[in-house]
Ligand binder design. Structure first.
Ligand code: COA
Length: 160
């Protein structure tokens, strides 16, 4: 069972495990050791890992922008896909950071990722030609501001 409590913020202590996981499951996107170090140590980044019996089964790296934020990388171990791991990592970020918009650039040919973002209420707002590894990419956004306002409004109605 995927438990949100099994998500932890990764730090430099997790460098080796994160690097190994990325190379094993997401090798088509090269990340330098310097970038890994930045993602795990600099305050503009947040990196979460989902664990199952002490084993890393998914991770997500976010660029914190204040009102807006970006997903830089997100991946789940093939054995644990379709259990809600990546969705839970995004949900955790949204809970921790009160952002209005969450952006992602997705390769247009990555149909699985497109379905994943679609299920998680991201919408396509632009196309970037030959943008990722020479392939077209979609810029997608998950808008949160309206839904927060709606929640506040709805909660108020309940209390009137
Ligand atoms: C995309 C990825 C991160 C999704 O991770 P995940 O933990 O399996 O995602 P979730 O279980 O939270 O999926 C939520 C929903 O997304 C959709 N989805 C996810 N994987 C899917 C697939 N293979 N086929 C169709 N829909 C899929 C489904 O609607 C799913 O809900 P459901 O299982 O109840 O039908 C994972 O497939 C992955 O690591 N891919 C390789 C790395 C990658 O491409 N990352 C994204 C780059 S932008």
């Amino acid at each position: 069972m995927i438990l949100i409590q099994n998500i932890k913020t990764l730090t430099l202590d997790d460098f080796a495990i994160l690097r190994m996981f990325h190379v094993k499951h997401f090798h088509e996107y090269y990340i330098s050791d310097n970038s890994f170090t930045a993602y795990l140590s600099q305050p503009q980044y947040t990196t979460y890992g989902m664990f199952h019996v002490k084993r890393l089964i998914g991770y997500a790296i976010f660029l914190n922008g204040g009102v807006d934020a970006d997903i830089i990388y997100i991946a789940t171990s093939p054995k644990f896909r379709r259990y809600g791991v990546a969705s839970a990592l995004i949900a955790r970020y949204i809970t921790d950071y009160k952002i209005s918009n969450l952006f992602i650039e997705v390769e247009a040919r990555n149909t699985i990722a497109l379905r994943f973002y679609n299920t998680n209420s991201f919408e396509i707002i632009g196309v970037r030609r030959k943008y990722i590894n020479g392939h077209d990419a979609y810029l997608m956004v998950k808008r949160l501001a309206k839904c927060c306002l709606y929640t506040i409004f709805y909660t108020k109605i309940l209390y009137i």
